[in-house]
Design a protein around this ligand. Structure first.
Ligand code: GLN
Length: 454
């Protein structure tokens, strides 16, 4: 709490939207009592954790960094939050994000941007910039993020921390405010691979309240992190995705990534190049599918059920109140997505836009399937560049979208992927991340390789 006080002010990192000091201290005392009474405690009992502010919490506000949810208090805990509490972790507060998790820099927050602890003039990535920055700045040893197109891995990469997107369906989405339901996945942010695995094990596993929850055992991620830490990758087949390099990639990022791959080879891995030609469709397909689902999901913010209500003086119709509330409550990027998605789903455009994006999604799944026939894991830089300056891409949505070039395919296919720090870029001395992708339900492979490298 003192660390947060020292670095998180409005001119500082600004990772948190809400800090619950009293609640955290009370939870810590409860853990102390349980320990004193000799009760069963989990391995992470007493460890503080920050929670991205798009997961519901009964004792703290949930805003999704949007004015439209200002003042809303959810009546229930997200499953992941309930599992944190049950395992004795201490929720510290709620972290900043791009509004409704739409963005790559945390600049789309209605409550001010988060800054990168490595250089306060730069973005911490997004949408989960608050969670990764809190971990990087030593404000929280662990945090939860959500990853729809890269929002755990890309902030992890640019803040020099570990970020994991588990296999779709293996961590409950119950209580995660929906952005794009077929892509959204909650996962851990941490300072080390083993820390991430320990948190992953607390939050993961089947949940009957999430209809897309996988009913089966969670991949053995902690075991894999411990095994990997012995540093032996003999016989592991690592494929470098050849499409993720070249033009648009910062030389310092490519150099750090190439060096990391050399280390994997030294640890015994068999490194080959693989081609995934359909990955070039991932970005355009994502920016039709995600907004389409978002336009539907965000229809629930109708001025009647949650938070903000504008113009309700008794003289206006429901439609007027709804449209004024949405006009005032949603930011520019959220409105852009609602418009794109509504257009892509409309009768005249569905086949040419949304339908075509779904076909591209199938081709991407096939590329992964083919690549995983010859490789155990695939690797790439997590992001094409290091953290860019705040403000640099705010007027250029397409440049902003490019930050997710390498992370999006794994969301579209639903497989596991993580980002592990791989040193600093020689050209700007900022952190670089290596992405490790594994087949669905083989998250343990990515953990093993990441822990060996780390
Ligand atoms: N940056 C991507 C987007 O803007 C991904 C966001 C996310 O993963 N939540 O949609």
């Amino acid at each position: 709490l003192e660390r947060i006080e020292a670095v998180d002010g409005p001119d500082g990192v600004h990772a948190f939207l809400h800090v619950d000091a009293e609640g955290a201290l009370a939870a810590a005392e409860a853990v102390d009592r349980a320990v004193a009474e000799g009760g069963p405690v989990s391995p992470l009992a007493g460890v503080p954790v920050a929670v991205k502010d798009n997961m519901t919490t009964t004792d703290m506000p949930t805003t999704c960094a949007s004015a439209i949810l200002d003042g809303w208090r959810p009546p229930y805990d997200a499953t992941v939050v309930a599992r944190l509490r049950a395992a004795g972790l201490i929720p510290l507060g709620k972290t900043n994000l791009d509004e409704f998790a739409m963005g790559s820099s945390t600049e789309n927050s209605a409550f001010g941007t988060t800054r990168n602890p490595w250089d306060l003039s730069r973005i911490p990535g997004g949408s989960g910039g608050g969670s990764s920055a809190a971990v990087a700045a030593g404000e929280a040893p662990l945090a939860l993020g959500s990853d729809t197109g890269g929002s755990i891995r890309q902030p992890g990469a640019v803040t020099g921390t570990v970020g994991v997107k588990p296999t779709y369906g293996t961590v409950s989405r119950y209580g995660l405010v929906a952005f794009s339901s077929s892509l959204d996945q909650i996962g851990p942010c941490a300072r080390s691979v083993l820390d991430a695995a320990l948190l992953h094990e607390v939050i993961g596993g089947h949940d009957p309240r999430d209809q897309t929850s996988v009913d089966g055992p969670l991949p053995p991620v902690v075991e894999a992190a411990l095994a990997g830490a012995r540093g032996d990758l003999a016989g592991v087949r690592v494929g470098i995705v050849s499409e993720f390099s070249g033009e648009g990639y910062q030389p310092g990022v490519l150099a750090a990534f190439t060096d990391a791959v050399r280390v994997l080879g030294e640890l015994g891995a068999d490194v080959v190049e693989v081609s995934c030609p359909s990955f070039s469709y991932a970005l355009p397909a994502y920016y039709l599918i995600a907004p389409s689902e978002a336009s539907s999901n965000l229809a629930r913010f109708d001025a009647m059920r949650y938070g903000l209500r504008v113009g309700d003086d008794g003289s206006q119709s429901t439609d007027e109140v709804m449209s004024q509330t949405r006009e005032k409550g949603f930011g520019a990027e959220v409105k852009r997505r609602i418009m794109i998605g509504t257009h892509a789903l409309s009768a005249g455009s569905y086949d040419a836009l949304y339908g075509k994006a779904l076909k591209a999604r199938t081709l991407i799944v096939r590329d992964f399937t083919a690549a995983f026939e010859t490789c155990d894991v695939l690797v790439s830089p997590t992001t094409p560049t290091t953290a860019f300056p705040i403000g640099e891409r705010t007027d250029d949505p397409l440049a902003m979208y490019l930050a997710d070039l390498c992370t999006i395919p794994s969301n579209l296919a639903g497989n596991a992927a993580l980002s592990v720090p791989c040193g600093l870029a020689a050209d700007d001395q900022l952190p670089v991340g290596m992405q490790i992708m594994a087949p669905a339900l083989a998250d343990d492979r990515a953990y093993r390789v990441a822990a060996a490298y780390e």
